[in-house]
Ligand binder design. Structure first.
Ligand code: HEM
Length: 412
């Protein structure tokens, strides 16, 4: 680690800067050249930009995800007096697999993992294709439309609410709650955003509790049945059951970004888009490359449970570590021609789903959704063109996605 170089980086200024949020790659390239791990003294946070360093960290039992262990964190009991709203918000959503270390993490994850194994996902394809086709059918020809509004924002939400047998009438409410909750992943939240997220979280949990009761005894509702069985058997209490369900239902938000980022990346690389159109068997490698090249999130966190040593850097227990996925996914030490977008890239050890025990439980589902979406886009439309300037979200520091993507479609 180059301590002098690290001290010169204004991390918080950079990570929240609209220019960075529109295109982080030049900044990340420059910083990674200075070293794979950087310590920011003012915030007492370690930033990881190297592929090997990140992947060994997320797989280590010395590194966890329980932010109550973070010595400066909002969810520590001491912060109750200092910042009661943050403490209440974090306590409200703390108890779920993504925020837990072993053995609690495994206890909760085991309940749902049964429904997310790679073999459980292909049978969902007909439902996923139906939802994609319904939305694509309604896209007008030769008229500029915002792809995010007409497709990306709607499709993953519809898939996940079908999975949980939630009524379509709930779509607008789920979308509103998700929009409030997305801010929880940010490094900076205003008091209003915290208040808003707390209200959304409580609303979500109230709804899910009544949904569980409504669906009790419906054997076709696999995920809800798994949750009820575990709750009844005392494997999870009410708060854990509802928080984990909320995490699964709102997990689709990142897929929205992948759809927008992926289509824009293909449009910006017309040779690669043509290659995919003429060789549909490249779809799987193309999706991994989209996930690598323009990742849908900016960072993945860990908290050091014990002192940790990585490539000559000592990380004391209680430290927060943020893996910067945009840099990790383009680390030239791991990826040949890392800055080149290549839909046939193999191997492709991209890190957007994290790794180790917390690796995204919804990864196989997300991959299938993206595969269906791009296959159906190519099948339905002979031409897709930009019809205006895409606009990136610049008020979300963790999610990396498009607010609008104006496109013009020509049908086959
Ligand atoms: C392309 C879309 C997605 C991306 C990029 C993504 C990314 C991630 C990442 C980075 C993590 C944390 C991994 C770590 O810390 O090592 C995670 C965990 C998780 N994701 Fe996803 N995710 C996506 C889709 C989904 C979907 C569709 C669902 C729900 C069905 C979902 C549910 C979860 C859950 C419940 C966890 C916590 C797992 C654990 O802690 O054991 N995700 N995801």
């Amino acid at each position: 680690m180059d301590q002098d170089a690290s001290e010169q980086i204004d991390w918080w200024g950079m990570l929240t800067d609209p220019g960075y949020l529109v295109d982080p790659h030049p900044h990340l390239r420059r910083i990674r050249e200075l070293g794979p791990i950087h310590y920011d003294a003012p915030s007492d946070i370690y930033f990881v930009l190297g592929h090997e360093e990140f992947n060994s960290m997320v797989r280590s039992s010395r590194m966890g995800r329980d932010t109550r262990l973070w010595k400066n964190g909002w969810s520590r009991p001491e912060s109750k007096q200092r910042d009661p709203l943050s403490y209440e918000l974090f306590s409200e959503f703390q108890r779920q697999m993504v925020n837990s270390d072993q053995p609690d993490h495994r206890r909760m994850r085991d309940v749902y993992e049964k429904a997310f194994r790679p073999a459980d996902i292909p049978p969902l394809r007909p439902m996923i294709e139906r939802e994609a086709c319904l939305l694509l059918e309604d896209i007008p020809e030769e008229t500029p439309v915002d792809f995010m509004t007409v497709f990306a924002n709607l499709f993953p939400l519809r898939v996940v609410r079908n999975l949980f047998h939630i009524s379509p009438e709930m779509d607008p409410q789920l979308a509103e709650w998700n929009a409030s909750l997305i801010k929880i992943g940010d490094i900076m939240m205003s008091q209003d955003q915290k208040q808003d997220a707390l209200k959304a979280l409580k609303g979500y949990k109230r709804f899910l509790k009544s949904h569980l009761e409504d669906q009790r005894g419906n054997p076709d509702n696999r995920l809800i049945s798994l949750a009820i069985e575990a709750w009844d058997a005392g494997v999870m209490d009410q708060d854990e059951t509802l928080n984990n369900l909320k995490g699964l239902v709102s997990g689709n938000e990142t897929t929205v970004n992948v759809l927008g980022n992926g289509l824009l990346t293909l449009l910006n690389h017309p040779d690669q888009f043509d290659r995919l159109r003429t060789q549909p068997d490249l779809m799987r490698t193309a999706i991994e490359e989209i996930l690598r090249f323009e990742p849908a999130i900016n960072f993945i966190l860990r908290v050091a449970i014990e002192d940790f040593e990585s490539h000559g850097v000592s990380i004391p227990s209680g430290s927060l570590v943020l893996g910067l996925v945009g840099a990790i996914n383009r680390d030239p030490a791991r990826f040949a021609k890392a800055e080149t977008f290549d839909v046939a890239r193999r191997p492709n050890a991209q890190s957007i789903f994290g790794g180790g025990p917390h690796v995204c439980i919804g990864a196989a589902l997300a991959r299938l959704e993206v595969e269906v979406a791009f296959s159906e886009l190519i099948r339905n439309f002979s031409k897709i063109e930009l019809a205006g300037e895409p606009v990136w979200w610049t008020d979300r520091t963790n999610q990396r996605g498009l607010q609008t993507l104006p496109l013009r479609f020509s049908r086959r």
